[in-house]
Ligand binder design. Structure first.
Ligand code: ADP
Ligand code: MG
Length: 640
């Protein structure tokens, strides 16, 4: 057959993640095997998109083979299904890189999660598994590819177990691929149904109808039948599009398998003409918290795919998926120049406003639906409060919070409507967990006065609150920073009466400052404590304590020392006062440190010196309980 010298095939192992993914693919109970075809067709379509884009600058790459198509052939006798395209193709290095590793970000997190939640969790169905899905139906795959503009054709082959080989394609195979990629699947016995014409047509119609290039079924006699409609769905009017069409194009664009939570489809005319089809997913994409914060909205220019990297939406909307197809952006603009292109900038502004507006509409009109959306993406949307000054007020209006009022979500409008008489500001407390926040001593005075406090436990909360936001003309104030005076708000009737007068504690404060000077910035009488002896707050000018802790972890902290606030009405403070009057300096020193350490513990921090803390505490425990323990047990063991 071939007269050329046989070249040895190079063997490569799969990257560890690929092996794990393949294992999951073969062993999971994932039933929708037919998605493998969607994945191969979507790759073929991407390959055509890429070449069409490259050819704008280099028309020779396309030459006279300008009609892009994706072709499917079924060889029933041999049990082989073939998917080919005349797209960009891959050379030997690209075959090894693209079909041996997983570059997609978020994949590792996904695989780890599946590992934890078990193979049968159904999670794999939510993930666009890509090329490797083909191993659900095939026990051997051969990929022959010739890159546009290059001479050599290469053959990649694998049985989906440990690795793959790459070698120059044998002549007979190479001849079948003048340009692009031809994938031969040797189907497993239980997957031979995919050789049936009707089944192929059904699967293509279900998953790939919206693919822009024709998907053709090629018969044994060489006749081709186009299976998809091959038109840009986003160019149609809304009334022509069925909900299931939206779902399929969403899944294909996002690589997720959930339903879109929100679909925004419109055409803009005017300064910029474009069609937009945008989705908010139901589930969080796996790369949502990647440091790169990349968006994935695809930019098309007059039906030609340009890039996924045009930053068409701000970072805080990076969970949105979809397509924007512009009529005005120049086709031959380089991807790098897109960022600065005025047409793109105008589209970005308009689409951002539209998207936030739609989200706001859901927030007002469909509260339940909005709660689900907020629970998935609220953390990301809140980044906009400090990044997008122009839309801060609108984002604050959309935002939902936990608070000391009930367990549900509260909007700032809810909060303002429930403000107490005499209350001027909106109060919040930032911390690391909701449970810990609910137990914070900083809340005591607010609770006593029935003042609602927003409890902010997402990492992003430490940041946006530091930009001193206002809502409805009211300042937002941290209960753990600076001075807080709630005395203008009357006590609730049920509240315990305030201690008559604050005893004179100036001396005590001076002593505490001298004793704890290395650890605290200041010592003050607290306006926010009722039942606890002490708490720590940030000084009015430094960062809030949670933010400082987060910055510390990234080695960016400013080492701001906290202010220790004391409650003169508490017996422990009174005891320190007495020890001071009696000149028992050792006792004062011990109690001062115990006071500071317990304030730290309540905040989830360690005592300054944990061993000394335990030693001091034990000393006072033993002295304090002494004989009492025996007495108590005697009383208890008495028969009734
Ligand atoms: P994804 O499509 O999300 O990148 P896949 O696993 O589906 O992940 O494919 C991996 C990579 O292999 C693609 O990004 C692409 O670079 C390459 N590839 C797959 N199929 C083709 C094809 N038909 N033509 C050219 N490149 C392809
Ligand atoms: Mg793919």
């Amino acid at each position: 057959m071939s007269t050329e010298r046989p070249s040895p095939a190079t063997s490569h192992p799969f990257q560890a993640e690929v092996s794990r993914l393949l294992h999951l693919m073969v062993h999971s109970v994932y039933t929708e095997k037919d998605v493998f075809l969607r994945e191969l067709i979507s790759n073929a379509s991407d390959a055509c998109d890429k070449l069409r884009y490259e050819a704008i600058a280099q028309p020779a790459l396309i030459g006279d083979d300008a009609r892009f198509a994706i072709r499917i052939e079924a060889d029933k006798e041999a049990g082989r299904l073939v998917v080919s395209d005349n797209g960009i193709g891959m050379n030997d290095a690209e075959l090894a890189e693209n079909l041996g590793t997983i570059a997609r970000s978020g994949t590792r997190a996904f695989i780890d999660r599946i590992g934890k939640e078990g193979e049968n969790s159904g999670l794999i169905g939510q993930f666009g598994v890509g090329f490797y899905a083909a191993f659900m139906v095939a026990d051997r795959i051969e990929v022959t590819s010739r890159k546009a503009g290059e001479d050599a054709a290469w053959l990649w082959a694998s049985d989906g177990a440990s690795g793959f080989t790459v070698e120059p394609a044998p002549e007979a195979e190479a001849a079948k691929v003048p340009r692009g990629t031809r994938i031969v699947l040797h189907l497993k016995d239980d997957s031979r149904a995919f050789l049936d014409d009707y089944e192929i047509e059904r699967v293509v119609k279900t998953y790939s109808d919206h693919i822009l290039f024709p998907v053709e079924l090629v018969g044994a006699d060489g006749t081709a039948k186009q299976l998809n409609s091959a038109s840009a769905l986003w160019q149609r009017s809304k009334s022509e599009v069925k909900p299931e069409d939206y779902t399929e194009i969403y899944r294909s664009l996002s690589g997720q398998h959930d339903e879109p939570a929100l679909t925004v489809h419109y055409k803009a005319e005017g300064r910029q003409s474009y069609a937009a089809l945008l989705f908010v997913p139901t589930q969080r994409p796996f790369d949502l918290f990647d440091v790169e914060r990349k968006g994935r909205v695809k930019l098309y220019v007059r039906r030609v795919f340009i890039t996924e990297d045009a930053a068409l939406l701000p970072g805080y909307l990076r969970f949105v998926r979809g397509v924007i197809d512009s009529e005005d952006v120049p086709l031959n603009i380089s991807r790098e120049m897109l960022q600065n292109n005025p047409a793109v900038a105008q589209i970005r502004r308009a689409v951002t406003a539209k998207m936030i507006g739609e989200i706001e509409t859901v927030a007002t009109k469909e509260p339940e639906k909005f709660t689900a959306l907020w629970e998935s993406f609220g953390q990301v949307l809140k980044e906009g409060i400090y990044e997008d000054f122009e839309r801060r007020e609108q984002l604050l209006k959309i935002a939902r919070f936990r608070s000391t009022t009930g367990d549900g979500w509260r909007s700032l409008a809810d909060y303002v409507a429930a403000m107490r008489e005499g209350q001027k500001d909106i109060y919040y407390l930032v911390g690391e967990s909701l449970d810990r926040l609910r137990a914070s001593p900083q809340l005591e005075a607010a609770t006593q006065r029935g003042v609602e406090v927003l409890l902010l436990a997402d990492p992003v909360d430490a940041f946006w609150t530091s930009s001193a936001p206002n809502f409805d003309g009211k300042a937002m104030k941290s209960l753990s920073q600076g001075d807080v005076d709630l005395t203008a708000v009357p006590l609730k009737e049920t509240a315990a009466p305030k201690p008559d007068a604050t005893p004179d504690v100036a001396d005590l404060i001076a002593t505490l400052k001298a004793t704890l000077g290395g650890e605290v910035d200041d010592v003050k009488v607290s306006q926010r404590l009722v039942t606890s002896p002490a708490c720590l707050v940030a000084s009015a000018h430094g960062p809030d304590r949670t933010l400082e802790r987060m910055l510390q972890r990234q080695q960016r902290g400013v080492n701001a020392k906290p202010v220790l606030e004391i409650n003169p009405g508490h017996p422990l403070i009174a005891a320190i006062g007495r020890a001071q009057s009696a000149a028992e300096t050792a006792v004062v020193d011990d109690l001062a440190h115990l006071l500071l350490d317990q304030a730290r513990i309540v905040e989830g921090e360690l005592p300054v010196d944990p061993a000394r803390f335990a030693e001091r505490l034990n000393r006072y425990l033993v002295a304090g309980i002494g004989a009492g323990v025996g007495t108590a047990s005697t009383v208890e063991s008495k028969p009734a």
